[in-house]
Design a protein around this ligand. Sequence first.
Ligand code: PMP
Length: 394
Amino acid sequence: MFEALKEQPADKILALMQSFKEDPREDKLDLGVGVYKDAHGNTPIMRAVKTAEKRLWEEQETKAYTGLAGDPLFAERMRELVLGDTVEAGTVSAVATPGGTGAVRQGFDMVRMANPDAVIHVSDPTWPNHLSILKHMGMPVAPYRYFDSESGGIDFAGMIADIVQAKPGDVVLLHGCCHNPTGANLSLVEWKHVVEKINEVGAIPMIDLAYQGFGDGLEADAAATRLVAESCPETIIAASCSKNFGIYRERTGILMAVAQDPAKKKVVQGTLAYLNRQNFSFPPDHGARLVLTVLGDAELRADWEAELEDMRTGMLELRRVLADELRQRSNSDRFEFLAEHRGMFSRLGVSPEMVEKLRADHGVYMVGDSRINVAGLNRDTVPKLAQAIVDAGI
Ligand code: PMP
């Protein structure tokens, strides 16, 4: 039977990581994989997470199963973190999932159960895994215009024109903050407009929130998600704890479904738990327990917020310095968008040939669509990147 299997395309980012490893050049620069790195190139365990882990080791007395939805306290704390007090607790169904990816996958699963004809409208471009999961599931996809590579900003008129093509019951997938791969984000005024259009056509918004705290701050990064959840009759939210808690390998995420009609909660919650049961039964607990411990302890929470804020402002500073270096070296402000973008990523908006030239001539590794991970830089490597970009004639 196995001979019938076909080779699957290699994940481009993982392949890039491999060729970076094999490159003997000492001054090579890895701006590929989407993991936060400090100035020394390390992905640290956050202080509060480490303390929570120690506490857990000392105090935890059983590893018996939790519930199908995970620990309800995790869901409670995450609801507060993501939604604040914008919606009633009684309107939110939630299950813990293996990472944000698990939440995204299962969100799609729920959509398909409810409406097998639903088209998923995705930004052009979007996180490639959205597309590959949807393809794997055989779900129809329609891209909406999003990134304007000329300006490095958003083609907002194009976005709206495409979103209004959605049919009632279709899903519009939106990045809650820190758009991956482009780094370009809607203003709150633009979000309001998008919400109006989604409601007008009767589509359902699904928010992928993978970088809360990496853009403008924990509260500001949740503002769009909150606006959507309080303005639309139904909202699906897939949130990841991988980046903001630095617990990538623990696989910690949550899928929330907000229905303004609380009568829907029982069946929605039951459906989410059912999906957990079919796909993997009980969700991973370790990362979720670290998160609920940190969020539930005033001291640990304050320390976590402070460290996250340092990471965020560090990335912002790198953006500023890179944009300045590029202005000086290229004598133009066409790279100013790098300082406007938010989160770990920015799309430079250059051709795959240029990306390959940067790799071959300068040892600068980025994803083929010209996405750079700003956290892969530090104060010493920013000038090198700026010079390489100018030398490559971008
Ligand atoms: N959505 C987006 C847009 C992402 O960039 C990521 C992380 N690369 C995820 C979801 C999910 O991450 P994880 O499964 O590691 O929590």
